[in-house]
Design a binder for this molecule. Sequence first.
Ligand code: SAH
Length: 289
Amino acid sequence: MKKFLHLCVALLLLAGITPTALCFGEVTPFDVATLPTPDTKSKNSFIESMGPGKDRAMLALRYDRLQAVKHNKDLTEDKEAKAFLLTARESFVLPRNLPRAYDHAFLDIGYGVTISGPHLVMRMTSALDVQPEDKVLEVGTGSGYQSAILAHLSNHVYSVEIIEPLHERTKGLYKKLVEAGDLEYQNVHLKSGDGYYGWEENGPFNKIIVTCAIDHIPPSLLKQLAPNGVMVIPVGPPGKQTLLKVQKEVDAEGKVVISRKDVYNGRRSVSFVPFTKEKGGTWSGKGNH
Ligand code: SAH
């Protein structure tokens, strides 16, 4: 069914017509609501429901990892479980790490940076509680896996990466995945640059996810967070950050109130690669601005 829909959409796109342009005369994003829901009654029914031509061994590993992620309460809602099941993590890891694609571990993705493990990715995603019409900003595109998960939850995903060749590699990967029929990735907008400044032209964002470590919350990101928006960000020294959920609320008098909460309630810290500057070095709250 997914294949058939993708084929129809691909034919329309080839003809230069977007399906929504047909109805409204304008271009609108791929709607995540049209994504199929995999059958999760059993591992086998899940594999069958994903259709032919898929790597069954990888699908089995994906299904098994979901059970562990759920057991660990790194995700609790069906929508995040569906996003996890529809995202091929194996597409985003280096070929040499393919056998470890679904391990409970971070993996090297080249350029001295890493992709977080599936449990942490889903813990952060769940803390955001992404809705289809949310505008979501990610700082630290890296492999593109986190933005791919987000692209199954929101129709408007923006992501910034500071390492230009890594940005180019991930942009190329998304292009290939869209050409292969994963049209939800059309909703991922990538930019190379310093995410410390957010992506102002596309803000404000309902949700912001930062996947590199910093010792303070970047003021521009807080500014670009929409009223009632949520940001998830690892804050603290190298090797030991607190995963913060930051909420921006506007009270009855219109006053902005910022609240912070440890996503893990003090149970654990996290370790992300540093939030770097374009001219070298890392961002720090001390003496930078
Ligand atoms: N979310 C990524 C994780 C990548 S690791 C994934 O799913 O694979 C963190 C990424 O943050 C790295 O790619 C690193 O280059 C990037 N990064 C570090 N400082 C940055 C900055 N100032 N702006 C944008 N990206 C940055």
